[in-house]
Design a protein around this ligand. Structure first.
Ligand code: BG6
Ligand code: MG
Length: 221
């Protein structure tokens, strides 16, 4: 039975959450309020539009749609300035090892990200060629926790949703994978990602044996 692996981008493949944070914090400060790292947790896996609304709720700021659009452009321009400097040193530990393992086992690989900046980021860090399909914020109408992004990725890979395994660092992403009837592997804290099928702090904790077993186990289904 054909299997597929779907990776989230921000916080799974690259450590970009810090740049999203800095860009949102700059906007918050300009609007006259603070924005903490802890508050930034709520932004993980969440679309830009929804992040904008949450930020304004946090700061008790009301704004017209036009104003919100302008601020989102401002935030994204600041974010783009940060990622402009990115290179392969920002790939999270053991991600290339995992990608090589999957390639060696001819397992198709997709990206399932909420970000509209996904492709240029993968290009910058030199990982774009590993991906057989890319689904990002430009291709979906419903944001995570809706399963649309992962279902579309499975479709693009030509793999049944139930045969896909998703790597995610965000609660909304784990919920989306579970709603898509996919196995979810949380990358992060156990307390936060408790709904995931398996949880690891990062890829250095995932052994090749585990991956082999996973593929073997899946193949028996
Ligand atoms: C997700 C991030 O991957 O992409 C979120 O976890 C971010 O924090 C979302 O808001 C949208 O990203 P972008 O690059 O389209 O603003
Ligand atoms: Mg993420």
């Amino acid at each position: 039975m054909k299997k597929g692996i779907i990776f989230d981008l921000d916080g799974v493949i690259v450590d970009t959450a810090k740049y999203h944070y800095l860009a949102w914090r700059k906007l918050a400060n300009r609007l006259g309020f603070e924005f903490s790292q802890k508050q930034n947790e709520l932004f993980k896996g969440v679309s830009r539009k929804r992040c904008m609304d949450i930020l304004l709720e946090m700061g008790n700021v009301t704004a017209t749609q036009e104003q919100k659009e302008a601020w989102m452009i401002e935030k994204n321009d600041d974010y783009l300035a940060f990622i402009e400097e990115m290179d392969d040193s920002e790939i999270l530990p053991d991600v290339p090892k995992m990608l090589h393992f999957l390639k060696d086992n001819t397992i198709p690989i997709a990206l399932g990200s909420a970000s509209k900046n996904a492709k240029p980021i993968l290009e910058k860090v030199g990982l774009l060629s590993y991906f057989d399909a890319i689904v990002d914020g430009n291709n979906v109408t419903k944001a995570k926790p809706d399963p649309e992004v992962f279902l579309l990725a499975a479709e693009k890979l030509g793999v049944e949703a139930t045969n896909c395994i998703v790597f995610e660092d965000a609660v909304a992403g784990i919920e989306a994978a579970n709603a898509a009837n996919m196995m979810s592997i949380g990358i992060g804290e156990k307390e936060v990602l408790s709904e995931a099928t398996f949880i690891f702090k990062d890829f250095t904790e995932i052994s090749i044996n585990f991956m082999n077993d996973l593929i073997q186990l899946e193949k028996k289904d």
